[in-house]
Design a protein. Structure first.
Length: 507
């Protein structure tokens, strides 16, 4: 069983093994400085032969020694410098634990994880405490010895780590850092011990060149869009496996953006190549939708229940919803992880990599000015949306209109994504275009969520009735959703009128 700890720390280079910490009791807020002794640590770091994890600032190690010995996977967190999530698994010999291997599979694929660096550290630990004796931070002086497995000439250095205690104030890091700098220390240039060890032992691989700015050609802009969404899929994979909030939704959005790009820019990217990938993206979005739809439904119905006066909650309403949601969640979560472990999903990622390595560009179109072609493509998607909205508005309320509005919603997403892709080339006008399309998408999306919620509420009412419970509250909520759908249908003409007026121009 893996557990996760949020790690907030900063590293400093020390002048040598004889270095001693300055008096940290002079740091504001620190009342006690407690020596915790010396511990010997032995860590073996794993990566692919071409060091894909290191390239993304991810570390995976097997470490003995210390009170947290075991397998550790450290994933960067986009909050602030020095913040990482450390996912831990118990100490075992043999292959990387399955729970951790899954979290790097989107990067590793079917390649082996092999030892790349061994670090032995002698760590002297000092605990900083507050006036109440509670721990504030831990300061470690590490004498490090790094070597390549089977290599010669190890390298050594000394560094200081300052790690906040759980729930600690990040301002303390700055205060301790100021005191350390006065003592002659400097912030470490390396992001981790592994990064420094790879570089100084000569084991580091040459990093892949950073993508160039797209310039003024249409093909480069479209490829930049595809690359950014491919990267989003890879980055979101471990978040989905860890069941982090909104991760499934964001991963599904990335699949839709990719698929929309292949459809919108079929005059730039050869559809004979992108078509099969688009079908696989459609499959992935549908599989992710099983979990996402459950999540959206549960949140929506819970919110509705929270808004009702207590006298209108007849029967075990919350318990019934909890049972219904838990049963759906267990199956959907297991299904989602199975999808991410499947050969089909990994083949999709490989296919996207191949496309970016050898883009199937239609040379003449791809070489034309981005502003011109991206504007034309967005306007074609806008016209497609217009036809669907007008068709939906011409229908009477009912199931047929519901289906038509759902189709219009999908067209609104595609037009919005076209505006997003055009923004680097067209600037403010493309941003305004995308915003107007999002307004339409929001109205149509809430309408569709209401349609789906009504189906779920009817199901819950049937279950409650069969169990001898009152179905009154479920019927009341059903009526609220009907009213929501009616309001959204009434709002659509005005929202669409504003969206219909938006213009794009390459001039």
């Amino acid at each position: 069983m893996a557990e996760t700890k949020r790690e907030v720390e900063l590293k400093y280079d020390a002048p040598g093994e004889s270095f001693r910490l300055p008096d940290l009791r002079k740091v504001a807020g620190v009342d006690g400085v407690v020596g915790k002794g010396v511990v010997e640590l032995d860590a073996l770091y794993y990566d692919t032969a071409d060091q894909r994890l290191a390239a993304d600032h991810i570390t995976l190690r097997h470490r003995t020694g210390g009170d947290d010995e075991g397998w550790h996977l450290k994933l960067p967190v986009a909050l602030a410098e020095g913040v990482r999530d450390e996912v831990r698994a118990p100490l075992t010999d043999g292959p990387v634990p399955r729970a951790l291997a899954g979290l790097v599979r989107s990067r590793v694929r079917d390649d082996a994880l092999v030892p790349v660096i061994r670090l032995r550290s002698t760590r002297e630990v000092t605990e900083l405490t507050g006036a109440d004796g509670a721990p504030l931070a831990e300061v470690s002086v590490d004498a490090v010895r790094a070597e390549r497995p089977g290599g010669e000439d190890p390298v050594t250095w000394t560094e200081v780590e300052v790690e906040l205690a759980d729930g600690g104030d990040p301002e303390l890091l700055a205060k301790v850092g100021k005191r350390l700098r006065k003592a002659g220390l400097h912030r470490s240039a390396a992001s981790s011990k592994l990064a420094r060890a790879l570089k100084e032992t000569g084991a580091a691989r040459e990093p892949a060149p950073a993508p160039k700015p797209p310039g003024k050609k249409a093909g480069a802009h479209v490829l930049a869009r595809v690359r950014s969404q491919r990267d989003a899929l890879v980055d979101l994979d471990p978040a989905v496996r860890r069941d982090l909030p909104d991760s499934v939704h964001q991963m599904r959005v990335a699949t839709r953006r990719l698929r929309s790009a292949f459809k919108t820019y079929k005059k730039i990217l050869d559809p004979d190549v992108t078509g099969p990938l688009g079908e696989e993206l459609k499959w992935l979005a549908a599989e992710l939708g099983i979990d996402r739809d459950r999540e959206v439904l549960t949140e929506r119905i819970t919110g509705r229940i929270d808004e009702l006066p207590r006298p209108l909650l007849l029967g075990p309403v919350r318990g019934r919803l909890r049972t219904w949601a838990t049963a759906r969640r267990h199956g959907s979560r297991r299904h989602t992880v199975a999808v991410l472990d499947s050969k089909r999903y990994l083949a999709l990622l490989d296919g996207l990599d191949t496309l970016l390595a050898d883009p199937p560009l239609r040379a003449k179109r791809a070489a034309r000015p981005a502003a011109e072609l991206l504007a034309d493509a967005a306007l074609r998607d806008h016209a497609r949306l217009a036809a669907r909205v007008e068709h939906a508005l011409a229908l009477d309320p009912g199931p047929e209109r519901d289906r038509a509005m759902h189709e219009a919603r999908k067209a609104a997403k595609r037009a919005r994504y076209a505006g997003e892709t055009a923004e680097p080339a067209l600037g403010k006008q493309a941003r305004r275009f995308a915003r107007r399309m999002k307004d339409v998408q929001t109205v149509l999306g809430d309408h569709q969520d209401s349609v789906v919620a009504r189906e779920a509420l009817r199901d819950l009412a049937v279950q409650a009735h069969a169990a001898g419970e009152s179905a009154f509250t479920w019927g009341l909520l059903y009526g609220q959703e009907q009213a929501t759908a009616a309001r959204r249908e009434a709002e659509l003409p005005g929202v669409w009128r504003r969206a219909a007026e938006v213009r794009l121009s390459a001039g």
